[in-house]
Write a protein that binds this ligand. Structure first.
Ligand code: SF4
Ligand code: SF4
Length: 264
């Protein structure tokens, strides 16, 4: 198990510092103004489309729950390793189906209210309730384990995984999917980038081999980029060949004419 993790600033933009306000407004304010919940489908649409082109960028840079976990919970968190069970694909699939089923069931039950004044409030309340559950559960997990524990099995993360996979398979994201890229051969193998990674990944294992970090769970949060003491990390699109894999042309010296050999 990778330990110890270190607490490093993860909020490098205004959006990441303050997007958590939206979470509080919807999850708690929505109890009085349920129509606030009607903004949540826009969030789902945004993260679905963005992940087709940029993988899990939304999680690390725009998600309001992610902002809550990074900006407010990090100082309070025990910052321990994520429990293994939460990373199990069957568990992740189960949570996705459970949330999907419940959301669909509650929305279908609303069809009798279509056309009535209360319809939009009731629809909004479905999303407010979901947002509240994620806020409370995600915060508890964030304090007792690590801030981004919820993100390991979040149904919105699962949607992004699938969309990212489609983006890769169709090649639609080949110019838009930026990954963390080291300056070749400059990594000191100190491992600080991995210890600070909110997603508890191990980017330094790729960097010490001179490769880009192309792991699909990377949320492109830039924490490793800012943490690296040698400042060798940046973002780049996925290279066709990783530096360590660039093919060396095989030249038979005998095939080069004598004249050219002398000139060189
Ligand atoms: S590898 Fe870097 S950019 Fe990716 S999640 Fe970890 S810290 Fe963030
Ligand atoms: S923090 Fe920088 S130098 Fe240290 S292992 Fe990571 S990339 Fe290499």
């Amino acid at each position: 198990m990778k330990q110890p993790f270190i607490k490093k600033n993860r909020t490098f933009t205004l959006l990441r510092k303050y997007a958590w306000i939206y979470t509080i407004v919807v999850a708690f304010g929505g109890l009085w103004f349920p129509k606030l919940g009607l903004t949540v489908p826009l969030i789902i649409l945004g993260l679905t489309l963005s992940s087709l082109f940029m993988g899990k960028y939304w999680c690390g840079n725009i998600c309001a729950h992610g902002s809550l976990f990074d900006a407010l919970l990090l100082p309070l968190s025990k910052n321990k390793a994520f429990p293994q069970i939460l990373k199990n694909p069957y568990f992740i699939g189960f949570v996705f189906l459970f949330f999907g089923f419940n959301l669909s069931r509650r929305m279908l039950a609303l069809q009798d209210f279509w056309g009535r004044a209360s319809f939009w409030d009731q629809l909004g309340m479905i999303f407010v309730g979901t947002y509240l559950v994620v806020t409370v559960l995600g915060s508890l997990l964030g304090v007792f384990f690590a801030p981004r524990t919820w993100c390991t099995f979040c149904p919105m993360g699962t949607i992004q995984r699938v969309m990212h996979f489609l983006g890769e398979k169709t090649g639609i994201n080949k110019n838009t999917n930026q990954v963390v890229t080291p300056k070749v051969d400059k990594c000191k193998a100190c491992g600080l980038c991995s210890k600070a990674c909110p997603a508890q990944l191990s980017p330094h294992e790729a960097f010490t081999e001179g490769k880009q970090f192309t792991h699909p769970e990377c949320i492109k949060c830039s924490t490793c980029v800012y943490t690296c003491p040698t400042k060798i990390l940046s973002y780049d699109k996925v290279l066709k060949y990783q530096p360590a894999e660039i093919p060396i042309p095989q030249i038979d010296i005998e095939e080069i004419p004598q004249k050219e050999r002398k000139a060189s």
